[in-house]
Write a protein that binds this ligand. Structure first.
Ligand SMILES: NC(=O)c1ccc[n+]([C@@H]2O[C@H](COP(=O)([O-])OP(=O)(O)OC[C@H]3O[C@@H](n4cnc5c(N)ncnc54)[C@H](OP(=O)(O)O)[C@@H]3O)[C@@H](O)[C@H]2O)c1
Length: 307
């Protein structure tokens, strides 16, 4: 299959591209930057430049794609959520979906599937409640952002495409995402849970996420939102304990909520609250998770890297 991945230069996109190429598919990555040879060493990805908000020659070059995946988006947790930043977070997601859909609408040969990233942040702060794809959205900025993100993608149904908003949990890998930031204090023997510690962390190993995306591409009966999380979410306390174990470091130093609120403002809520998310659709369709517990996922990651 010919598969286009917008924002495919990022942490998730690099892993997904590798798997798709390995499985014999042809991959085009859309990026706002010219190729620098660093993102895709030794794998045959075609890299095409776009700006994420206007049509161009990229659109003609992507025509004939069987699947379009949008992973674009300004990083959610990199800076304080000022009003300006919130708008950037929204625009980079909604606008890139809108731009892709505009191109697709003009293609004679349309893809059969459109997958957009979304997040389990859509469920908001749910305490210990178990949530799945049938749960209602929560309240606050992240749920609003995710709903706008998903709505902008669902418009592709009007062209007859199968649309899957992928509600991704915390993706675990050594080369990007939240884990690479969490490991620093652990490396310094200063690691510990973000308090209260009882909030749930719904996570997925990057290998399972890439395999789930391939599974969704090839299982035509699945449509609509899909939770991309492992079936065994952990509390923050247990997750950090497992992280310390995998890194052979203690999990001693809890991070108080007020410190995060002072440092990060509204963004702190993303870390001090959580969702106990179930991958109901993936399990129902028989997707086999390789890494079902945080311990197994973290051990696999840190057994391949030097702490
Ligand atoms: N990683 C996770 O744990 C996680 C969890 C839930 C949801 N997600 C979502 O999944 C998607 C992919 O995640 P990721 O971890 O791979 O993110 P990432 O490493 O930050 O990659 C995202 C890509 O989006 C593009 N991008 C960055 N800023 C942009 C902007 N202002 N406008 C348009 N495009 C922009 C970049 O591509 P170019 O610079 O090449 O254009 C970048 O490579 C994101 O939308 C993210 O919010 C990720």
């Amino acid at each position: 299959m010919k598969i286009v991945i917008a924002g495919g230069t990022g942490f998730i996109g690099r892993h997904v591209s590798r798997l798709l190429i390995h499985e014999g598919h042809s991959v085009i990555v859309l990026s706002r930057h010219a190729p620098d040879g660093k993102n895709f060493d030794n794998i045959h990805v075609r890299h095409i430049q776009w700006d994420g908000c206007s049509q161009g020659t990229w659109a003609q070059e992507c025509e004939g794609a069987d699947v379009v995946i949008n992973l674009s988006g300004a990083p959610i947790a990199d800076s304080r959520w000022t009003e300006k930043r919130k708008q950037e977070l929204i625009d980079s997601r909604v606008e890139s979906n809108r731009t892709l859909l505009k191109a697709i609408s003009s293609w004679k040969n349309k893809p059969h599937t459109f997958i957009t990233a979304s997040g389990i942040g859509i469920y908001g702060d749910r305490g210990g409640e178990v949530v799945d794809e049938s749960s209602t959205p929560g309240e606050g900025f992240l749920p609003q952002l995710c709903q706008m993100w998903e709505r902008s993608a669902m418009k592709a149904e009007a062209f007859g495409l199968r649309v899957i908003p992928l509600r991704i949990g915390m993706v675990l890998g050594s080369d990007g995402g939240a884990l690479s930031k969490m490991t620093f204090p652990f490396r310094m023997f200063l690691g510990g849970p973000i308090l209260p510690g009882t909030q749930f962390v719904s996570w997925i190993h990057h290998e399972d996420l890439s395999r789930l995306i391939l599974f969704l591409i090839t299982h035509a009966s699945i449509r609509g939102p899909v939770n991309a999380v492992a079936p065994d979410p952990a509390t923050m306390k247990d997750f950090c304990h497992a992280l310390g174990n995998a890194m052979k470091r203690p999990s001693w130093f809890p991070v108080p909520e007020f410190v995060l609120k002072f440092a990060l403002g509204e963004l702190a809520a993303m870390l001090t609250t959580g969702q106990r998310t179930q991958p109901q659709k993936a399990l129902g369709a028989g997707f086999p998770f390789t890494y079902s517990t945080a311990q197994s996922a973290l051990h696999s990651i840190f057994s391949q890297t030097s702490t």
